[in-house]
Design a protein around this ligand. Structure first.
Ligand code: GFB
Length: 321
């Protein structure tokens, strides 16, 4: 990365204007909470009604007026395996539109630090584990999420192009599967962890009815609490880094079947678990190698068991009342 001394020295201070794109989503709101707690006083956000991020002109006008010094790009069309598989058009197009508009405006209006968020599904389906940043584009993608992955790859490449050509400091973070407060509990579009919390909770209330889960239960996943991702964003925002693409993971891997048992126990469901093998498994393993970020000084602090308990009692149960 060709980063100028000027950009490396740029300090984001507590009164710097920081725009969090997607501030109402799970990731954006976690970043907002953390920055507010750390004493940052000039955070700005816009709802999708106030600013359509797919509208290039509106985004450019917003940047021209607001002149943020730093941007956290947590705005994206996201969803679980089925949503990805059934809406390829929206996952590819909307994500490219949103990120292109944000990245281009951030470049044109001289944003000093831009943090682009993606996911470890950008890496090839069959790749040595744990997955390193250098594994990018070394093989074919997983078919269910290739649309989202290609959008995110193009976003990180655009950030790298800006760094290379203009000496800027646009950093891409690729977190593993996230969960936590503000997650999506819609059973058709959600990721596995919130879906399982809801399924086990509802089945418990329904006299411990059997719970039907997707796939075989064999795939392995790595989960990261969203507050840990927010701490990585905060870390990266304040650090001059050599790298412009970094994985963010907990290093804690679990099979979907074991995750199901863990959530079942946390919720207190005592019925059977059934597997609907007509639903996709997705990639069989995607454990990230986050050594680059960890060696720079960041680490995750929420063990999965604790995070699930917190998400169930302080997130889901409060949400449903
Ligand atoms: O979290 P998830 O939807 O996404 O699914 P991916 C993970 C695994 O859980 C898959 C299984 O093997 C699913 O078959 N699973 C079992 C379930 N029961 C359920 C259920 O009720 N709901 C869901 N959703 N899954 C997504 C990508 O992949 O992860 C995105 O599609 C993104 O692009 C995101 O990268 C982080 O981990 O397979």
């Amino acid at each position: 990365m060709k980063t100028t001394l000027n950009n490396l020295m740029t300090k984001i201070s507590k009164d710097s204007k920081i725009y969090i794109a997607g501030h109402r989503g799970m990731v954006g709101s976690a970043c907002w909470r953390l920055l507010e707690k750390k004493g940052y006083t000039n955070l700005i956000g816009r709802t999708s009604q106030e600013l359509d991020l797919r509208d290039q002109k509106a985004v450019a006008e917003f940047f021209q007026k607001e002149q943020p010094k730093a941007v956290i790009d947590a705005a994206a069309k996201v969803g679980g395996i089925l949503a990805n598989d059934t809406n390829p058009y929206e996952f590819l197009l909307y994500n490219m539109q949103i990120q292109n508009n944000l990245i281009q405006s951030a470049h044109l209006y001289d944003v000093k630090k831009f943090i682009f968020l993606g996911s470890t599904c950008i890496y090839p389906k069959e790749t040595p584990q744990p997955i390193k940043e250098t594994d990018l584009l070394t093989g074919p993608l997983e078919s269910t999420n290739q649309w989202y992955a290609i959008a995110k790859i193009s976003g990180l490449k655009l950030c790298q192009a800006i760094n290379k050509q203009f000496g800027k400091n646009f950093i891409s973070l690729m977190p593993t599967n996230l969960y936590g407060p503000g997650d999506n509990y819609d059973l058709e579009t959600s990721h596995v962890l919130p879906a399982l919390i809801r399924k086990f909770h509802e089945a418990k209330i329904d006299n411990h009815a059997p719970v039907k889960l997707w796939g075989t239960g064999k795939p392995l996943r790595e989960f990261l609490h969203v507050d840990d991702l927010a701490s990585a964003v905060f870390f990266v925002m304040n650090m001059p880094l050599k790298h412009d693409l970094l994985n963010v993971g907990s290093g804690e891997e679990i099979s979907i079947a074991d995750l199901a048992r863990l959530i079942q126990k946390t919720v207190g469901h005592q019925g059977d678990i059934l597997w609907d093998q007509a639903k996709p498994d997705g990639t069989l393993r995607k454990l990230s190698d986050s050594k680059k970020l960890i060696n720079s000084g960041w680490k995750s602090t929420t063990p999965l068991k604790t995070g699930i308990k917190k998400t169930y009692y302080e997130g889901y149960k409060l949400k449903i009342g």
